[in-house]
Design a protein around this ligand. Structure first.
Ligand code: MOS
Length: 779
């Protein structure tokens, strides 16, 4: 690349190996110039300097501030609501409630095939979790809004609650909805588990549990709503502007064209911002009623209660293994709760048991239970970290029982096809073996394992552990439409609907475009995440954003190039398939004297710009695109205090092509950090048998990992295999896979250090000290 900032255009040759043919997807890239390099984010300055305007930063002229009256009980009915005092207060411009407005609007917490009972009135008098919305107000200042909320005269009839999933299954339990507390029981079976267990040389059984993890993205959930006539504009902190647009249209009965959703920046979502919030609808109603824009940003306490969580899981895994390392049976049961209005999570807990390691006989039963708790949401690799917690600890126990090294044992059971999907489709690429082998080598697994094991007499002990994983999604796919405009001066506009949820999407797409068009990434201006001005995209989630959008960006760039060739052919009076790109020019292949500079093409000059459209093509049929990984860590455990220091982590990830080495490594370090929180500290604490309320609804009492909890030494080791079958850019998706194996790897390291199996998250000092004391007594 030419790094002279004055050389803006065509800094390296247009990288077309041959003239693209209309309608044909471009061939996979071989070696790349810009893609794969280390590139700081295109919006780094805006993000770091604070000049980036996030939706909750936005201030519009005449804007009001909203606040929501919420039910303080886990289960209650609104008996009486009188808002008249609030309405008369200074600065109050609008009040909405079930009595006035919103009673007749229907709301569904989950967009993922919800059971019928999930549809309620927007302001339903029956409140099924602490924090359910009852009424809302918009006022000149946030303080006036909250004063008005406090002035509302509300009486609740408190009803019996159940916030514990085990209690919810008991026959005398209060019902969350009308019939029974079981949402659904999902079963899966292949082979003959009974026979598989009989054939095993060793059978082990263990129960595992993971705590409920709360969504707490840095930017609070919230939006600004504004009407111009019958057109509604929403600035939303979201992972997908089009998803929010669809949700609003459904609830308010508006045409999609009348709803504009903008989300240029957003401060984290992790699955909790894949859809509109109830607060989004409330903000729109308040703005309509007041005739002024309304900002409704939730407080941190409100987000803890209402915006989602990773459901808790209680799991039992019985497993059989033969002496040669063959897994002969896996028998898994799981009970979890997605709260009163579940969405994703518990149903995916069994996926790794079904599909990660070769096993002929597998049975999984997963039960999701209603409780009077806040709705679960997709949460970074829904279900997978929970299942990994059970499976990857069991894999270590099995390895020990047959005297095999944990890495070797896993290597004997690496599949090349998806066992759990119908027809056993092959994976496009499967780097699990390479992740295990190369990760172990880079980490010096055997040497460090042995060294740690030699020092087990001290109070502070060292242990080395690992875990493998796959992520059942990734890969991406249609639909996605991207538009690329080449201006007459050679600068470029990239137009895409996808959100950049902090992962560097904009930067990577600029790199893809730079690669294909031969322009410097710096001259690319990106328009994104705005339903009025950019093209349709699915929400950024599922670690599918890069493999979904990048091929569409590439296709749009190829379309621009084809159009340039067609225009140049007219100028040169030749056939366009005789032309090719050479640096900043278009040249005749067999008569190089015939050439024209791209910026001299008369069609480009006349039109002022060339517009290319790219669509995301289909995925390969009969194949599965999944990312794989293995993680390795070393810990130090204090047997007296229960403190665990995580010294070192290595993530070996097969996510296909590395698009930007910088943001790639960021994803690995960030995902491991999130996994550390899940493993060590994060837990929703409910007053289960008292009030049913959440006791740690803030960042003081709910412990997220901070810089001090992150290992000083972390290594990102890309196992790079451009996946040419998956799509035209070879990327499979990174992000969620990173969070999956982290907790189990730490637990395995703690076992290695202490000989104590920790089967419950979080692995707090309190829990560990009790376990260490109990194991000492046993000895
Ligand atoms: Mo993710 S849980 O698909 O944002």
């Amino acid at each position: 690349m030419n790094d002279d900032p004055k050389t803006l255009y065509y800094a390296h040759s247009l990288a077309v190996p041959e003239t693209p043919m209309p309608g044909h997807p471009p061939k996979p890239w071989g070696k790349t110039t810009v893609v794969g390099s280390v590139k700081p984010r295109v919006d780094a300055y805006e993000r770091v300097s604070g000049t980036a305007v996030y939706p909750t930063d936005l201030v519009l002229p005449n804007m009001l501030y909203g606040a929501v009256l919420r039910c303080p009980y886990p289960s209650a009915e609104v008996e009486k609501l009188d808002t008249s005092r609030a309405e008369k207060m200074d600065g109050v411009r609008a009040v909405v409630s079930g009595a006035a407005l919103g009673r007749d609007l229907k709301w569904t917490y989950s967009q993922w095939s919800p059971p019928k009972e999930m549809e309620t009135d927007l302001f339903d008098p029956i409140c099924r979790f602490e924090g359910e919305a009852v009424a809302a107000v918009a006022a000149d200042t946030p303080y006036q809004a909250w004063d008005a909320i406090r002035a509302m005269d509300v009486t609740f009839a408190v009803t019996d609650f159940v916030v514990d999933e085990t209690q919810a299954l008991q026959s005398h339990s209060p019902l969350v909805h009308s019939e029974r507390n079981v949402v659904q029981t999902q079963t899966y079976e292949r082979g003959d588990v009974t026979r598989g267990l009989k054939e095993a040389d060793v059978v082990l059984e263990e129960t595992y549990a993971t705590a409920c993890e709360i969504h707490t993205p840095m930017e609070l959930h919230g939006c600004v709503a504004s009407w111009e006539g019958d057109r509604l504009t929403i600035w939303e902190s979201t992972q997908g502007v089009y998803a929010v647009q669809e949700d609003i249209a459904k609830v308010l009965g508006l045409p999609l064209s009348k709803i504009r959703v903008v989300g240029h920046y957003m401060g984290g979502g992790f699955g909790s911002k894949l859809q509109a919030g109830k607060y989004t609808i409330i903000a729109a109603l308040l703005a309509k009623k007041a005739g002024r824009p309304v900002k409704l940003a939730l407080t941190r306490e409100e987000t803890f209660l209402t915006t989602g969580n990773r459901p808790p899981a209680h799991m039992t895994l019985k497993a059989g293994v033969k002496k040669d390392g063959t897994l002969s049976a896996l028998d898994f049961t799981c009970t979890g709760t997605g709260g009163a209005y579940p969405a994703a999570g518990t149903t995916l807990v069994d996926w790794l048991i079904r599909d990660l390691y070769t096993c002929k006989n597998v049975r999984c039963t997963t039960t999701d239970v209603y409780t009077h708790t806040g709705p679960a949401r997709p949460f970074r690799a829904p279900g997978h970290p929970q299942g990994s917690w059970a499976l990857e600890q069991m894999m270590d126990s099995l390895a020990e029982s047959i005297d095999l090294d944990p890495v070797d044992f896993r290597l004997r059971n690496v599949p090349t096809f998806s066992q759990a999907r119908d027809g056993n489709p092959p994976y496009t690429t499967t780097g699990l073996k390479a992740c295990l082998e190369q990760g172990a080598k880079a980490f010096e697994w055997r040497k460090r394992r042995d060294e740690a094991a030699q020092n087990q007499k001290n109070l502070v002990r060292r242990g080395v552990g690992m875990a493998g994983c796959l992520w059942f999604a990734g890969g991406g796919g249609p639909p996605s439409t991207v538009i690329v405009k080449l201006f007459s001066d050679g600068s470029v506009n990239l137009n895409m609907g996808a959100s950049d949820i902090g992962t560097g999407t904009k930067t990577i797409m600029a790199m893809v475009l730079a690669e294909e068009l031969g322009v410097r990434p710096e001259v690319i201006q990106i328009e994104h995440a705005d339903t009025a001005t950019t093209q349709y995209a699915t929400p950024s989630g599922g670690s599918k954003t890069v493999p979904t959008e990048a091929p569409a960006v590439r296709a749009a760039a190829v379309d621009v190039k084809q159009k340039l060739l067609d225009m140049a052919a007219k100028d040169l009076n030749v056939n366009s398939n005789q032309l090719t790109f050479q640096g900043e020019e278009i040249v005749h292949k067999s008569d190089p004297a015939q050439r024209i500079a791209v910026l001299e093409i008369s069609g480009l000059k006349k039109r002022g710009q060339v517009v290319g459209v790219g669509y995301r093509g289909p995925n390969p049929e009969g194949m599965v695109v999944n990312p794989f990984a293995a993680q390795f860590c070393e810990v130090e455990v204090n047997l007296k205090t229960g403190e665990v220091e995580i010294l070192d982590f290595l993530g070996a990830h097969d996510s296909g092509r590395v698009m930007n080495r910088l943001t790639y490594d960021n994803q690995v370090f960030g995902g491991i950090t999130m996994g550390i929180g899940f493993a060590m500290t994060e837990e929703r604490i409910l007053d289960k048998n008292g009030t049913g309320k959440m006791l740690n609804r803030n960042w003081h009492d709910y412990k997220l990992p901070t810089a001090l909890d992150v290992p000083a030494h972390m290594t990102s080791l890309p196992i790079e295999r451009p996946d040419d079958e998956a799509n035209t850019t070879g990327a499979k998706g990174l992000g969620e896979p990173v969070t999956i194996p982290t907790a189990a790897a730490i637990a395995n390291a703690i076992f290695h250090a202490t000989g104590v199996r920790v089967t419950k998250t979080p692995m707090s000092p309190v829990q560990l000290v009790a376990l260490f004391n109990a194991s000492e007594k046993e000895e």
